[in-house]
Write a protein that binds this ligand. Structure first.
Ligand code: ADP
Length: 257
């Protein structure tokens, strides 16, 4: 069994993630769970589970990131998600670019410089409409699993225009569209267009340097990836395990001491 040299904990608003890295900075284990109200206990349980899975008895250095990072017990350091995602992605891909991290409750555009350090960033944590919450909320209203949304957006024959700039009003708009007999997939495609429009505007604020890289849970949505590429005219690159990049970057920083 490879002994991990360090651990990263990303206590996000929507999911809690733990990654262990080995001596060469390779990811050797990970856990991800939907976030529970008891952040402190959940993070400790996931760290214990990762260590037990690796047969690790002794303590390893821990860096915590994410919205709940202050509540992670035993963390030697607490580092912003911006720094951690940039570091994780740079290491996973071996290059920089403009990184867009779309999580459950916020989204960030980060220009990655040398050694994976962020040189500029923009963030939206004020409005749900530019985050994963927008798709989660509207998916629930449409009775479609969030994991199916991207495929359905891509397969849609048409596209309904969603004009509301707010998640709550977008839901009202969906109800009106459904009442008019609009096609479900066309509505889903319109919702993706709306989210992507907001995200691209944020990315342009930091300056988009090719390639465009996606991380965070929403990066798993193929519709978002395709429409981001269409909107910018740039290739979209995905690191392996995009949702774990914050925890991975945190573990790399913990290994550096
Ligand atoms: P945070 O770090 O803010 O807790 P994450 O980066 O874990 O958030 O992202 C959570 C978001 O990712 C949720 O809004 C969820 O809907 C979305 N998501 C997670 N898995 C998938 C998937 N397989 N397909 C599409 N979206 C996904």
């Amino acid at each position: 069994m490879t002994a991990p040299s360090a651990l990263g904990v990303d206590a996000g608003s929507t999911t809690c993630k733990v990654v262990a890295v080995g001596p060469a900075g390779e990811m050797v284990a990970s856990r991800l769970e939907p976030a529970r109200p008891g952040i402190e206990e959940q993070a400790a349980e996931l760290v214990a589970a990762v260590c037990a899975g690796l047969g690790l008895g002794g303590p390893a250095p821990v860096v915590a990131t994410g919205y709940g990072r202050r509540l992670v017990r035993g963390a030697g350091r607490r580092v912003t998600e911006i720094t951690c995602h940039a570091r994780g992605v740079f290491r996973a891909l071996g290059h920089g670019g403009t990184l867009v991290d779309i999580g459950g409750q916020d989204a960030k555009a980060i220009r990655i410089g040398e050694q994976g350090r962020p040189v500029d960033f923009a963030m939206n944590d004020k409005c749900a409409a530019g985050t994963g919450r927008f798709l989660e909320h509207t998916a629930a209203r449409l009775g479609v699993a969030v994991t199916e949304l991207g495929g359905r957006a891509l397969e849609a024959k048409g596209e309904e225009r969603i004009t509301s700039t707010c998640t709550v009003f977008a839901e009202s708009e969906i109800i009106s569209l459904l009442a008019r007999g609009a096609d479900l997939d066309a509505i889903i495609r319109g919702l993706h267009r709306s989210l992507v429009g907001r995200i691209v505007a944020m990315a342009r604020a930091v300056g988009i340097v090719s390639p465009l890289i996606l991380s965070g849970g929403v990066a798993l949505n193929a519709g978002v990836r395709a429409m981001m590429s269409e909107a910018t005219g740039l290739p979209v690159v995905l690191p392996p395990h995009p949702q774990l990049m914050g925890a991975y970057g945190a573990a790399l920083l913990a290994a550096e001491g």
